[in-house]
Design a protein around this ligand. Structure first.
Ligand code: ATP
Length: 208
C-alpha cells in the first residue's frame, strides 16, 4: 500500500501523475492520500482542511486505486507522519507501507518529528522533482537503507529507501495559488473538478 502525505493546497497534476507512475512502477495495490491538518514544518495552509479534503476527493473520484484518508484532520496539534504511520500500521497489520514523497520533502527528513523511527514503520519511496538534485554525499542512514530492488517493498514490511524516476511535472501548489491570484489559466496543472470547486468557493483569492 502506498501512503502519500501532503498539504494538497490545492491537489494538482504534479501529485496525481507522479504517484500514478510510482503505483505502476512498484505495483502497489492502492495509494492513500493523507492531507495534513497543520503541517509541523510549514506555514498554515491557505485553504481550510475541509476544502482541501473535498478537492482531493473530487480529484481522486475517477481513480479506483487512489483513496483519501482523513485521519490527520481529526487529530489535535501539528500533523506528524510518525503518528500517521503508526496508526496505519495498526489498521493494516501485515501490509507493507510505502510512504511516497518528493525529493524536496525527503531532504528535510531529519527535521521531522521522531524521524529515526520512520524507516521502522514504512519504506520510503522518493520521487524525482524538476529542479531538485540529489546530494553528492549521502548520510550513512540513507546509504544503508537505499536499494534499487523495487520488489523489496513486497517482501519486507519496512526499512528501505527507493528512489524512483517519475515523469517531470514542473508544477507546485504555491505557484498555482499565485497564478490563481493573478487570474492566470491553471487548466493544464489542476483537474477540472478541482478548478470547478475553487471557482465555486472562491478559494485562493480567485475572482471572476
Ligand atoms: P507547495 O508548492 O505549497 O510547497 P507542493 O506542490 O510541494 O506544495 P505538497 O502538498 O506540499 O505540494 O506536496 C506533497 C508531496 O508531493 C511532497 O512530498 C512533494 O515533494 C510532492 N510533490 C508535489 N509536487 C510534486 C511534483 N511536481 N513532482 C514530484 N513530487 C511532488
Amino acid at each position: 500500500m502506498g501512503v502519500f502525505g501532503g498539504t494538497f493546497d490545492p491537489v494538482h497534476q504534479g501529485h496525481l501523475c507522479t504517484v500514478a507512475s510510482v503505483r505502476q512502477q512498484l505495483d502497489l495495490a492502492h495509494v492513500l492520500f493523507v492531507p495534513a491538518a497543520r503541517p509541523r514544518l510549514r506555514s498554515v495552509p491557505t485553504a481550510s482542511a475541509t476544502h482541501r479534503l473535498e478537492m482531493l476527493k473530487r480529484a481522486l473520484a475517477s481513480e479506483p486505486s487512489f483513496d483519501v484518508n482523513d485521519l490527520e484532520l481529526g487529530r489535535d496539534g501539528p500533523s506528524t507522519t510518525v503518528l500517521t504511520l503508526e496508526a496505519l500500521q495498526y489498521d493494516y497489520q501485515e501490509t507493507p507501507i510505502c510512504f511516497i514523497l518528493g525529493i524536496d520533502a525527503f531532504l528535510g527528513l531529519p527535521q521531522w518529528h521522531r524521524w529515526t523511527e520512520l524507516l521502522g514503520l514504512a519504506h520510503f519511496v522518493v520521487m524525482s522533482r524538476p529542479g531538485m538534485v540529489l546530494p553528492v554525499e549521502r548520510p550513512t542512514w540513507w546509504v544503508r537503507a537505499e536499494t534499487t530492488d523495487l520488489s523489496i517493498v513486497h517482501q519486507r514490511r519496512a526499512g528501505s529507501i527507493v528512489m524512483v524516476e517519475v515523469p517531470p511535472m514542473d508544477v507546485a501548489a504555491s505557484n498555482i495559488r499565485e497564478r490563481l491570484r493573478a487570474g492566470d489559466d491553471i487548466s493544464r496543472s489542476v483537474p477540472k473538478s478541482v478548478i470547478d470547486y475553487i471557482t465555486e468557493h472562491r478559494l485562493y483569492g480567485f475572482d471572476f
